[in-house]
Ligand binder design. Structure first.
Ligand code: ATP
Ligand code: MG
Length: 264
């Protein structure tokens, strides 16, 4: 879809997510606000345990009880998911927003050929025939320069490299037309050479498909290269936010300076 660039896909306001109860409660996300726009990559960085994954899973509606989103607003395409029936939030997952994780091999179903997974995902969200879904799947793979058509659709995850699996996960995430992609450390488990392929693919879907990406990473080099803006998270809070260029050039918060220094 063209002409979409810059539209606000996701707007999170004062989001708070808590795990556990009483004395053992952990406030993993402590009142954060952020937004993701079509055709842009917003990076979310911060030390381990700062709440990045918890924030992402909160948006997706994937926090398992007794964990819970306790407060805040999550606007997806202008609708506050927390004020809608749960089934509506669930329906958005896959159709309007999707998430990819660190370990692509385990994210794919090991006992189903990848074609089945793609086709089932498409048909869950769109009223199309099996043949049409197959054509959509192949077209999405082709756009990602994953050639091989039917032969590729018949493959299982174990027959493919980690990099290939992650590229297929990206295709699977977007095949139903989702415009918001949350990528949680998508290259961390992969070899350096393969990382570049994945980053190129994220850049491509941003540019060519106007997908908006929330990219969680600990790699500030990746942020500098790929992201438009960056949110720095610490102990459940966003401590700094701005265009990547500005934040890296003139970090305002001491913690951001430490993060940038520790990279060297
Ligand atoms: N399912 C859970 N149950 C209880 N506590 C949790 C759960 N998931 C996360 N936490 C806690 O919430 C806090 C934030 O964790 P989170 O996984 O979001 O950090 P992160 O920033 O993604 O770290 P990393 O960079 O290591 O992936 C941590 O204190 C963590 O121990
Ligand atoms: Mg995490």
């Amino acid at each position: 879809m063209k002409g979409e660039r810059g539209r606000e896909l996701l707007s999170v306001r004062d989001l708070t997510t808590v795990f556990g109860r009483g004395d053992s409660a952990v406030v993993a996300v402590d009142g954060i606000s952020l937004s993701v726009r079509a055709g842009r990559i917003a990076a979310l960085v911060g030390e381990s345990g700062s709440g990045k994954s918890a924030a992402a899973l909160s948006v997706m509606g994937l926090i398992d009880p007794p964990g819970r989103v306790e407060a805040g607003e999550i606007f997806l395409n202008g609708r506050d998911l927390r004020r809608r029936p749960l089934r509506e939030w669930n329906a958005c997952r896959g159709r309007d927003m999707a998430m990819i994780f660190q370990d692509p091999m385990n994210a794919l179903n090991p006992v189903l050929p990848i074609g089945r997974q793609l086709i089932e995902t498409i048909r869950r969200h769109r009223r199309v025939s099996g043949a049409e879904a197959r054509a959509i799947a192949i077209a999405q793979l082709e756009r990602a320069e994953l050639h091989g058509g039917d032969r590729l659709l018949r493959k299982y995850a174990f027959e493919l490299s980690g990099g290939m699996c992650q590229r297929i996960m990206i295709a699977l995430a977007l095949v139903s037309g989702a415009k918001l992609l949350i990528a949680d450390e998508p290259t961390t488990a992969l070899d350096v050479g393969v990382q570049a392929q994945i980053l190129r693919e994220l850049d491509r879907v941003r540019r060519e498909e106007d997908v908006g990406i929330l990219l969680i990473t600990h790699d500030l080099g990746v942020v500098a290269e790929l992201a438009d803006e960056v949110y720095v998270m610490r102990s459940g809070r966003i401590v700094e936010h701005g265009e990547v260029f500005d934040v890296f050039d003139r970090p305002r918060h001491e913690y951001t300076r430490e993060l940038l220094d520790s990279r060297l």
